[in-house]
Write a new protein. Sequence first.
Length: 484
Amino acid sequence: MRNGEVSYWWQASGGFPPRRPSLPGPLEADVAIVGGGYTGLWTAYYLAGLRPELRIVVLEAAFAGYGASGRNGGWVTAEMPGSRASYARASGGVAGVRALEAALRETVDEVGRVCAAESIECDFTKGGRLSVATTPSQLARMRDGLAAHREWGDGNDVYEFLSRDELRSRVNVAGALAGLYAPASARVQPAVLAAGIAAAAERRGVQIYEATPVSAIEPASVADSGSGSGSGGAGAIARTKFGDVRARSVLRCTEGYTGALPGLRRALLPMNSHLIVTEPLSAAAWEEIGWDGCETLADEAHAYMYAQRTADGRIALGGRGVPYRFGSALDHLGETDQSTVTALTGVLRRMFPAAASAAISHAWCGVLGVPRDWCATVTYQPASGLGWAGGYTGTGVAAANLAGRTLAELVIGQQSPLTALPWVGHRSRAWEPEPARWTGVQGLYALYRLADRLESPAGSGSGSGVRIGEALGRVGDRISGIPH
């Protein structure tokens, strides 16, 4: 088994991409984007389309797609990164939340459209998303969640309940009692998607500088603004060891790596997510499993799993594992500890017995950005020229596209339905300082794992154990603020 090496996705695409040059020295631009992941790349791509005359630069610490954009589970899903109730407190109210949800569903098709237009061969397949319930407690949560969706006005075209047999006709998950199907989701090869967006942005004139870590982002004083920071206002500065980049707008698109910047250690928590991928399964195994629609797949556990059937006939499956490192520490090459590999392999073989004999060919991990209230934001301040987007809590493959389009319009001052969405300007409070942050996250996921064990028929041994597990899960949700 290969471990780390950033991700299986990069190895499967032929290895790391040819390295782009670093920043050659101090630079002046119209827009500087910090972070070469999905958010930064999509923002650059759309901004260059809206204003081809702008000089747009992307500053990336490693290489484009190095972070979560090249390591995730490959879900282009319309699942909302946040709480409906939180977003409904914005001026748009319930109508604004509905508009955000509709925009996310449309975004899945927009990603597919760009992939086709730009010839990005990332295995985009819009098969929808399936969530499965494998215990009575999970089924109860699924039914409660569906009832909440119905109260918000979502019909079968958005969420469709599937009986055991209806679910089995799509994918055979051992012990599954029912499923919930959402058509607005697609599977992709995420590293190929990231590389494709980067190349498409460059074709539009965007300059991408790699191996160029930014040490600070600051508003420029009037005296320090220079002459090339664009028209109007003092602009801002992105500081690097190669020199400062001065621009009218500096956009922070750093997601799980945000805490490395001065003053932002408690802004977004870098949550670890771990994945394994099998060797290609046999034809007999796929005949038993099904999954011909290539739906993205999750379960209703508290410490949930997520998976996809890859284009080359493997199962890629992920989960939390070790959720957080003390002091918001980050991994570098995605190496995963053996205990997490063992745990994820157990989930895989329990859910897909037909894949029990398949070897695990690769394991890796990465970080996603989690705000304290689990709600993403897109923000731009014209007076300072500073903007940022992120906090997708694991649903960023689609959300980053919508955020990028929105941020691009905010930068040029274009008002539209996108710039009126309730995540624009949303603010989350800071995470607790250490050691409270580490203790809280570790304790939360220990509680969730215990709740899942008690809820399972093999783990509880009694109805009282199941009830205790369900109660622990509710306590965890209340402590964490995780939206359901």
